[in-house]
Design a binder for this molecule. Sequence first.
Ligand SMILES: C[S@@+](CC[C@H](N)C(=O)[O-])C[C@H]1O[C@@H](n2cnc3c(N)ncnc32)[C@H](O)[C@@H]1O
Length: 270
Amino acid sequence: MTGTESARDRIDTSKPHPARVYDWYLGGKDNYPVDEQLGQHIMSIDPGARRAARSNRWFMQRATRHLVRAAGIRQFLDIGTGIPTEPNLHQIAQITAPDARVVYVDNDPIVLAHAEALLRGTRDGVTEYLQADAREPRRILEEAGRILDFDRPVALSLIALMHFIADETGAYEVVDTLVDALAPGSCLVLSAMTADFEPENVRRGIETYAKGGVTLVGRSHDEVSRFFKGLDLVEPGIVSVKDWHPDLAEGETPIGDGPVSLYGGVGFKA
Ligand SMILES: C[S@@+](CC[C@H](N)C(=O)[O-])C[C@H]1O[C@@H](n2cnc3c(N)ncnc32)[C@H](O)[C@@H]1O
């Protein structure tokens, strides 16, 4: 991990940042008035936004549980990690597999500033943090390769990340490059925003984020499925994150009814 000292100086509090707005939705303290303002505005358009953030976080937990328990995965590359929120991915993985190795990646300096919390893992496992942009997949693979063995299965986890990367800036190429580098038995865990369930709310949400200088993309079921091209999907396939393996829920609290506008899925490489 590099650059922690200067990370705080690089935090721009004049405009909202996705990691901090998400932290606000989750009830965290690592956000600024400008992030809360955008979050409040989104909630006035779509009161389900906070529910969606929690539901997405639980999808990460359920997918990670599935991978360590049922699929024997011991290595994770998590890009777009976000501000640490307990339990973090390595904590879920290392409960079952204390030897699990996890590399976290994010491009926001606030995540780097808080990265120490991501590095407190088990004695037998490894956690590392890289400050990098997902649009530099080759650099990420090279640096993550110091910690992860890419000749063995790795779970590539892109959770609530790809809706910040537009097709024109290489969204599909990024995922293809990363998946191509994985050994057989590896998998992709991905969740991404969709306008399929609540088109008008999501359209207005995208407009509001754009005014704050943040690009957001809502993808259809087909468009999200394209990220999993060539992979074998775990049942029930690509569904709203709230409906992905509720049987694996642990410690989740009721969030009320209503749609959650994020698709999620897990696909394995043969
Ligand atoms: C909504 S948060 C999701 C956090 C976590 N994955 C989860 O689902 O709970 C999205 C994260 O993606 C990060 N992010 C957005 N664009 C990115 C990019 N181009 N490269 C790396 N990280 C990015 C943001 O900084 C933020 O921390």
